[in-house]
Design a protein around this ligand. Structure first.
Ligand code: ATP
Ligand code: MG
Length: 230
């Protein structure tokens, strides 16, 4: 079965316990994220945010309840979920290959023009253009170091090229200085226009740009509202 437009994410009575443990990490969690909505998911460390993200991605399986994407259980989608939801983790992973292949990881058939286009969207164009081998520069080549912000931009370029309708960012700005962080959040918001965004974060900075803010506490939805309500 294939998910149908709109690609709404619908979570119903979701409970989760890590196998071999007895603590409920999520307790009868209910949430609907309509396609195109941008949400910030906040909560204390250990409250279950990354666990919820892994469940939404289908990387973990619900103990009880369901998560559907466009009417299809994500558990049934398996690897196909990658075509619908792109993820940027706290420490984006760069592969020991060229910049070109790092960006078109999920779309090996993408042209160089398309890769330049997404690099432009994330503001990495000048940096890559200045390298002697441009797109063919090996990511681990001597002298080439990506800063934290550049790594996140490269990961974002990868996701933009994959063009998934949903993007999940798990604390994408941890460890960045405030100015880089602000620039990166602004880039995310513009580049992800029209897409569903699930943005996991520890703090309130930048959340005025989202449609909806959710607070999770001990595995339940404690509070939700618009950024203006906060
Ligand atoms: P943070 O803000 O620190 O990233 P989080 O809200 O993302 O926290 P989770 O990573 O979802 O929290 O963890 C929720 C709870 O589940 C924590 O108490 C954690 O210790 C526990 N946990 C996480 N992964 C596992 C695992 N693989 N096995 C058992 N327990 C786990
Ligand atoms: Mg986490």
């Amino acid at each position: 079965k294939t998910p149908q437009v709109p690609y709404d994410l619908v979570i119903r009575d979701l409970s989760f316990v890590y196998p071999g443990t007895d603590r409920l990490i999520l307790q009868k969690f209910n949430l609907t994220i309509p396609q195109g909505q941008k949400i910030a998911l906040l909560g204390r460390s250990g409250s279950g945010k990354s666990t919820l993200a892994a469940l939404m991605r289908g990387d973990l399986t619900a103990s009880q309840g369901s998560i559907d994407l466009g009417g299809v259980p994500v558990a049934a989608l398996g690897d196909h979920m990658a075509a619908y939801m792109g993820v940027i983790h706290q420490e984006p992973y760069l592969f020991n290959t060229t910049i070109l292949d790092n960006v078109r990881l999920a779309n090996p058939q993408a042209s160089e023009d398309q890769v330049w286009q997404v690099l432009d969207q994330v503001g990495l164009n000048p940096m890559v253009e200045s390298l002697p081998h441009g797109l063919d520069t090996m990511v681990d080549e001597a002298g080439l170091r990506f800063s934290g912000g550049e790594r996140h931009r490269l990961a974002l370029a990868r996701i933009l090229l994959a063009d998934t309708p949903i993007v999940l960012l798990d604390e994408p700005t941890v460890g960045l200085d405030p100015i880089t962080e602000k620039a990166l959040i602004d880039t995310f918001m513009v580049a992800l226009e029209g897409k569903t965004l699930i943005w996991i974060t520890h703090h309130l900075k930048g959340i005025e740009s989202v449609d909806r803010v959710l607070f999770i506490e001990d595995g339940v939805l404690e509070m939700e509202g618009s950024p203006a309500d906060l």
